[in-house]
Design a protein around this ligand. Structure first.
Ligand SMILES: Cc1cc2nc3c(=O)[nH]c(=O)nc-3n(C[C@H](O)[C@H](O)[C@H](O)COP(=O)(O)OP(=O)(O)OC[C@H]3O[C@@H](n4cnc5c(N)ncnc54)[C@H](O)[C@@H]3O)c2cc1C
Length: 600
């Protein structure tokens, strides 16, 4: 059976030493986030995930969810009990606002928990995970009555939430939504339509499920400007908070899918169900974006989580499996063969995984800190700067993060050779579960277009300029340290490729927008490399200082420096190749007529 142990040492390194969370003690919610407290929360959360959620990951994959004739859905064995324990321990409430029963702690800690939960059991984690996005929308756009009625029970996880965008004819292009919302005399709306692929749409974990549903009013514009957002409870909620009659929403069927078998992916039928408008009519997309932005960071961390779990298992396997001899001569002559660890090609895959997972963890937690600062920083200037950076990097964390997460999971499967292809080892599950992260919450091609088509140009390119400047500053500091100067030069060079690619888009995008579309994916990957490079510069700085100060944990910091060096040598050169692909433009991409793609 696969193993999982939360990487608490590395997480504490990022939160306490790289982000120095304790130094933000003047901000609301951060007062109690002392290093001691953070250490306890990280360790306990890691323990919960490893001991409660991890053991039901493989069995949940094998068993899957089942739907009965009456439309009810049963989750795999142990999922319901794990949810009860999760609620009891309050792990879902960490960074939720105190006025609705949350613990009000920094978002950074909520993000830490998301990684551990998802690494231990991604399919299970999506039940509370989607609720977080639904809560974010109601918090910002819901009326005070809606907030009072739904938020405390959603935050405590007594009820869970969903997001209902997708329809058979409408995925990326939400303007094509057909679900109707007809105003009723009592101020509610009758919702009618079919939604597909709805994660956690129906299950047995809670008595109620709060669906957030996108629909159009009868006279709404037939585009994204005509979308409204509704709360549609599975069971109606009385004014005193008790549960009333069953609403006209049901699960029509469960999708049979490649991975995340323990999560119910439902076709949801709304047959004149009672819904309540969130925010204003026809302004649903803005409300939904609040939910999607929160969810996109959550999906980015899912990419990391599957890579991390797969990596841990590959390391263990490479230590135990003996095949062949080291190229430099037998490493253990007394044995019949050496372990996989002696082979540079196996090492390459493991080092790639280490450099990605540790860099990505730092990027996700750093991103979560920006989210905290957007809401809580002392000055408007700091709030704006944080907003610029996290808005720019959200599609990168989602898109680049999950592309690399999947690639890493595949490479860790490769370390197992043929055994990686056999289900009982669990490596296949990591690959299958990681795959969805590239698709849902906006497919990665759409993330790339969001980055280059919208985020780059916002406010005259202020955010990307800020990123360039941050990298230059960090690299300049690192150059003064012999342990980091080579890395600094390489990251700075990748930053230069990013600048050049940005300039190329500015010069060639207006005349032919296909030039932007054809290079967007590569651009997102260059920015991913630069963003991870920034994190490795920061991590390297902390490690170098700790070693200079004579730390007692020498091995940990030395490994950080070697991994930082590896990142510089093996990740940053790709930025130049990607830039050259962008600069080749769209001509060859778009030239062939559709018929030329036919092979028969
Ligand atoms: C397991 C699972 C769980 C899901 N959970 C939910 C959920 O809880 N709620 C929900 O509402 N939805 C959910 N989805 C739906 C998911 O978000 C969509 O599948 C996804 O957004 C893509 O939409 P689509 O499948 O219709 O693909 P399409 O929109 O048809 O896209 C097909 C391809 O074309 C590309 N493409 C499309 N438009 C553009 C463009 N303008 N520019 C560049 N490329 C483009 C895409 O990148 C993609 O590669 C889930 C899906 C799955 C499989």
């Amino acid at each position: 059976m696969p193993v999982y142990k939360a990487p608490t040492r590395d997480t504490r390194f990022v939160i306490n030493e790289l982000l120095k969370l304790e130094s933000y003690g003047n901000l609301p919610g951060f007062e109690s986030a002392s290093t001691d407290m953070i250490d306890v929360v990280v360790e306990e959360c890691g323990k919960f995930c490893a001991e409660v959620l991890g053991p039901i990951n493989l069995s949940g994959d094998q068993e899957g969810c089942t739907r009965a004739a009456d439309g009810s859905v049963t989750t795999p064995k142990g999922f319901k009990e794990a949810h009860a324990q999760f609620r009891e321990a309050g792990w879902g409430t960490l960074s939720a606002p105190e006025e609705f029963g949350g613990q009000g702690m920094p978002h950074v800690l909520g993000m830490m928990a998301e990684e551990f939960i998802s690494s231990a059991n991604q399919a299970w984690g999506m039940y509370p995970g989607l609720t977080g996005g639904a809560v974010a929308s109601i918090l910002v756009k819901g009326s005070p009555e809606q907030q009072a009625k739904y938020l405390p029970k959603m935050i405590s996880n007594e009820w869970l939430g969903t997001m209902n965008l997708t329809e058979p004819q409408c995925g990326t292009d939400l303007g094509l939504i057909r679900t109707r919302a007809v105003p009723q005399a009592d101020g509610s709306y009758a919702i009618t339509g079919t939604k597909i692929f709805i994660s956690a749409g129906e299950h047995d974990l809670t008595d109620n499920i709060i669906h957030l549903v996108l629909a159009k009013l009868p006279d709404a514009p037939d585009s994204t400007k005509g979308i409204s957002l509704f709360i549609v409870p599975k069971v109606m909620v009385n004014d005193d908070g008790s549960l009333g009659a069953r609403n006209a929403v049901s699960c029509g069927s469960l999708e049979h899918k490649m991975g995340i078998h323990g999560n119910a992916t439902c076709v949801m039928n709304y047959d004149g169900a009672t819904g309540f408008l969130v925010g204003e009519e026809n302004k649903g997309l803005a409300a939904m974006f609040i939910m999607m932005n929160a969810a996109r960071l959550g999906v980015g961390i899912q990419g990391l989580s599957q890579a991390e779990s797969a990596y841990q298992n590959a390391v263990k396997y490479a230590q135990e499996r003996r095949q062949g001899r080291a190229l430099t001569g037998a490493a253990e002559p007394a044995e019949k063969a050496d372990t996989l660890f002696v082979h540079p090609d196996v090492r390459r895959m493991l080092m790639d995984a280490k450099a990605y997972t540790e860099g990505m963890r730092a990027l996700c937690l750093w991103g979560a800190l920006q989210v905290d600062l957007v809401h809580k920083a002392a000055s408007e200037e700091e709030r704006l700067a944080a907003d610029d950076l996290i808005s720019l990097l959200t599609p990168v964390i989602k898109g680049y993060g999950t592309d690399k997460g999947f690639e890493t999971a595949v490479n860790m499967q490769q370390v197992f050779g043929g055994h990686g292809y056999i289900e009982e080892w669990g490596m296949s599950q990591f690959v299958r579960d990681a795959r969805i992260t590239q698709i849902y919450e906006g497919a990665n091609g759409v993330q790339a277009m969001d980055l280059v088509g919208r985020k780059l140009a916002t406010n005259g390119g202020r955010a990307v300029q800020a990123l360039f400047a941050e990298v230059v500053k960090e690299a300049a500091e690192a150059k003064a340290d012999p342990a980091l100067s080579a890395l600094a030069e390489r990251v700075e060079k990748a930053n230069g490729e990013l600048k050049a690619a940005t300039m190329w888009f500015m010069q060639n995008g207006m005349a032919n927008p296909n030039n932007v579309g054809a290079g967007a994916h590569h651009y997102m990957h260059i920015m991913g490399i630069v963003a991870l490079g920034l994190m490795w510069l920061k991590a390297g700085k902390v490690a170098s200082a700790a070693l200079a100060a004579g730390t007692s944990d020498k091995a940990f910091y030395e490994a950080k420096l070697v991994t930082a060096r590896y990142f510089g040598e093996r990740f940053t050169p790709d930025a130049g190749a990607l830039r050259r692909k962008i600069e080749s433009g769209a001509d060859a991409v778009m030239e062939l007529p559709v018929e030329a793609f036919a092979t028969a």
